[in-house]
Design a protein around this ligand. Structure first.
Ligand code: GLN
Length: 188
């Protein structure tokens, strides 16, 4: 299986590396042609406004939305989660509306730039997951179809709606492959 990482801006290389370590072929997605070659897509962390603007310029947003609606599995980390959301709180920024969530950007405070915590993720056996947060958003509201996979301090920070998976944190910055394995091995 070929898996794509949206490569407009942000933490691209780390995701490519995780995908390869899970045993799959990984390619950078910069154009609509690239997107046609992959079965699953990861939208990385970075700056959601920048990634969103670039996606618009290259017309990639329309095709991502179309493919997501048709059932292509898409995983968004951090800025990627913001882009996939139905609504971005207090913002004119427009989400791809592929998952029925309202997100708040920089929700842990701008001062608290980054932090790490041990998380319990629903359905993950073994050790807790060491999660890295960088100017992270959280999920303020979810629709009926959305399944919560993890919370931190009572805030939802990982969720799934059918083929769409999102997390506030960055599993690609750890050595733990479990989130990527969950996304890649499963028939989401
Ligand atoms: N704060 C960034 C945004 O709003 C997200 C940060 C990240 O992806 N690490 O887009």
């Amino acid at each position: 299986m070929k898996v794509g990482v949206l490569s407009l801006q942000g933490a691209v290389e780390e995701h490519l590396d995780m995908i390869r370590r899970c045993g799959f072929e990984a390619i950078k997605v910069k154009t609509i042609e690239d997107l046609e070659k992959v079965e699953k897509l990861i939208i990385p962390g970075g700056e959601s406004t920048t990634i969103g603007k670039l996606a618009r310029i290259y017309n990639l947003d329309e095709v991502i939305i179309k493919k997501g609606r048709e059932g292509m599995p898409i995983y968004g980390t951090c800025a990627g989660m913001i882009l996939l959301a139905k609504e971005i709180q207090d913002s004119r920024q427009i989400g791809f509306n592929l998952i029925d969530i309202v997100v708040e950007r920089n929700a842990f405070g701008r001062q608290v730039d980054s932090f790490e915590v041990d998380l319990k993720i629903e359905g993950f056996a073994g050790e807790p997951f060491r999660a890295v947060f960088i100017r992270a958003p959280y999920i303020k509201k979810i629709g009926k179809e959305v399944k919560v996979l993890a919370k931190f301090n009572g805030k939802i920070i990982m969720a799934q709606q059918k083929n769409i998976l999102v997390s506030s944190f960055h599993p690609e910055l750890t050595d733990d492959l479990r989130v990527h394995q969950y996304f890649l091995d499963k028939n989401l």
